[in-house]
Design a protein around this ligand. Structure first.
Ligand SMILES: Cc1cc2nc3c(=O)[nH]c(=O)nc-3n(C[C@H](O)[C@H](O)[C@H](O)COP(=O)(O)O)c2cc1C
Length: 211
């Protein structure tokens, strides 16, 4: 079950029904407990504009290794779930660390499963790379790889919403959120940029957007 995240902007627990809300799917590239990238996504949800229904995808570790031979109906259940959630989202925010100069293998595996489904085609997407302040490349390799992969699948990349965030793990509080004000403002601005973007075909949806 995905985590549905509270938005402090409206100071209420987002209802399980996402009717008339803009659906923001959050996908972390880290399976680590206490991940800074997952904390950044939770915080992005908390500062999202009112009217946003945010869900954190929690199936990364369950996805089987991508094999084109298995990319047909009936799909493995975790893949089916991933594709359903992507299809239902109005926008997707990815947040991933960099491992050895590139994307973490499990996260690249998730992205490989999106190629055949086509659900991500023309979907507004952005990504944030949170890395340790001491990291030599500061997530640059992951950042560039995401541009390549998401360009390949035809996603609608919203560049003003893409960020690299050097940050210490100490910035994540016991509530799993980032409390540092400057960082929260950057995230709020990135989410606004991502959700403010609507491709022409999507303007007829019932989703409401805050200014
Ligand atoms: C195996 C491994 C390889 C790493 N390689 C890089 C790297 O190439 N570049 C970088 O900026 N950080 C690298 N890091 C540091 C991660 O960016 C940092 O640990 C980050 O906080 C992990 O994200 P998380 O807290 O969301 O799990 C690496 C960490 C690990 C465990």
């Amino acid at each position: 079950m995905n985590e549905v995240i509270q938005s402090s902007a409206v100071n209420e627990v987002i209802q399980s029904s996402a009717v008339n809300k803009t659906r923001l799917l959050l996908v972390s590239g880290s399976t680590r407990r206490g991940s800074t990238n997952t904390a950044v996504l939770r915080t992005a949800a908390a500062v999202a504009p009112p009217g946003t229904h945010s869900e954190l995808f929690d199936g990364l570790a369950e996805l089987p290794a991508f094999n084109p031979d298995d990319d047909h109906e009936p799909l493995p259940a975790p893949v089916n779930e991933l594709r359903r959630q992507i299809a239902e989202a109005d926008a997707i925010l990815f947040c991933t660390p960099e491992y050895a100069g590139a994307l973490p293998g499990s996260f690249k595996n998730l992205l490989d499963w999106t190629v055949g489904g086509g659900e991500i085609y023309r979907k507004p997407v952005a990504w944030i790379n949170a890395s340790s302040v001491a990291a030599p490349t500061g997530g640059a390799g992951a950042h560039t790889s995401l541009a390549t992969v998401l360009g390949y699948v035809g996603a609608d990349v919203i560049e003003p919403a893409c960020l690299r965030l050097p940050m210490s793990r100490d910035l994540v509080g016991t509530d799993g959120l980032v409390s540092e004000q400057g960082l929260r403002e950057k995230l709020a601005s990135a989410v606004r940029a991502l959700l403010g973007h609507r491709p022409a075909e999507s303007t007829a949806t019932e989703c409401t957007l805050s200014p």
